[in-house]
Write a protein that binds this ligand. Structure first.
Ligand code: FNR
Length: 394
């Protein structure tokens, strides 16, 4: 009997069974004590939606635009590294699922499938995410390749000048260089369907980097090169340099502070992604949803705001949009779908989120997602709107 899938957690459980442990943990876990990873979800959960009744909600629309592009709902696929290790040709499949569903797809610099691979399977332009590495010539060549592939936006990630540590990856041997432990081998041997799909995929290493580093073309040698390439000197001058080279729509990703949001807006970007990298970088950082209102106040009228971190349901999407985000990016949610069921799993994730969003809109009396505002919510500690925090009676 195939398992009955009703929500994102079901797909997570299925992915856990089908994908080798080291890859599943790479997706699932966060940095250090995982405080920020947990806070991303807990702080979304702590916001209440206001239930409203007797409002005619027969006709509803989740449709919007993201960076001027029509989207069937305010969701985009986030850039994630090594996606093609969850399922062979994973990035191509996810891009196709996103295109068919009608939401943007973002390809990571650290993908398995290359920019050109993804461009070959979709008609709708996708977004490309860039890490500016020490090798500036490489960044420049990626920008040119993204232009040639007709990418419609460049997502420049700013919160990875140095890598946070995920303890679980080290214990699993997913380190630099990778260690093949006996436990890993046994685990992989118990997942032959996964192995066949990944081995049958077009590529097995970082597709965008193949051929770039002399003598390094395996996952192991290239990850060593990458580890030495993250650049702590990255500054706003580099953002300006990228903007000049790219010339198209620019999204700055990894902004969590209102002060940085102002600098980002002043740098002339088209959007920012309020993000802490899904709790994979600075552990102890504010959850994304707690950072969002302040950033919306600071720059919401000057630049489009995207949001990510902890989105696992349509209710989460509604909360983020109500707090000022134009749309949400989803990282782990789509990866669980991909690891569980390939392209069909990504489509399932998008369907689940849209259905949940649609029903939550109806039950909060929201006909059009473009009308969502903070009035839909009760924030933690709030009673009636405007009444301020609840006073505790001793
Ligand atoms: C990421 N993220 C990420 N971001 C980025 O800009 N470039 C990248 O290569 C990656 N790689 C990556 C791998 C994996 C496995 C995950 C889970 C995440 C961060 C990603 O774009 C996004 O910010 C978070 O995933 C959002 O949080 P949720 O939706 O996973 O909770």
């Amino acid at each position: 009997m195939p398992p009955v899938i009703t929500n994102i957690e079901d797909l997570r459980q299925l992915a856990r069974k089908r994908v080798p442990r080291a890859i599943f943990d790479y997706v699932d876990r966060g940095s250090y004590d995982e405080l920020t990873l947990r806070a991303n979800k807990a702080d979304l959960d702590a916001i209440a939606l206001r239930q409203r009744v007797a409002i005619n909600v027969e006709h509803r629309s989740t449709a919007t635009t993201l960076l001027g592009e029509p989207a069937r709902m305010p969701v985009a696929i986030a850039p994630t590294g090594l996606t093609g290790l969850n399922w062979g040709d994973g990035e191509m499949l996810a891009a196709r699922a996103a295109e068919r569903f009608g939401v943007p797809f973002t390809l990571s610099t650290m993908s398995i499938c290359s920019i050109e691979d993804v461009a070959s399977v979709v008609q709708r332009p996708f977004w490309f995410q860039l890490y500016v590495m020490r090798d500036r010539g490489f960044a420049a060549s990626l920008i040119e390749r993204a232009k040639a592939a007709r990418c419609s936006a460049l997502v420049l990630t700013l919160d990875l000048q140095i890598q946070g540590q995920r303890h679980r990856d080290i214990k699993n041997g997913l380190s630099v260089p990778p260690r093949l432990t006996l436990a890993n081998l046994l685990d992989i041997a118990s997942k032959p369907a996964w192995a066949l799909r990944v081995l049958g995929g077009r590529r097995k290493t970082f597709g965008n980097l193949e051929g770039h580093v002399r003598g390094a073309d395996s996952l192991s040698t290239l990850s060593q090169w990458i580890a030495g390439q993250f650049d702590p000197t990255l500054s706003w001058a580099d953002v300006e340099w990228v903007r000049g080279l790219w010339g198209g729509k620019l999204i700055l990703k990894g902004i969590l502070d209102a002060e940085d949001a102002r600098l980002a807006a002043a740098a002339g970007c088209d959007a920012i992604v309020v993000s802490n990298h899904g709790g994979r970088q600075l552990d102890g950082a504010l959850s994304s949803i707690r950072a969002l209102p302040e950033i919306a106040d600071a720059v919401g009228d000057r630049t489009e705001l995207l949001f990510d971190g902890g989105v696992r349901s349509g209710q989460d999407v509604l909360k983020a949009v109500a707090l000022g985000a134009r749309g949400c990016m989803i990282g782990r949610a789509f990866l669980y779908g991909l690891g569980a069921m390939g392209e069909a799993g990504v489509t399932r994730v998008l369907e689940i989120l849209r259905n949940e969003l649609d029903v939550s809109m109806a039950l909060t009396g929201t006909r059009d997602i473009l009308e969502a505002s903070p009035a839909l919510l009760r924030l933690p500690g709030e009673t009636a709107r405007g009444a301020g925090p609840v006073r505790r009676v001793a």
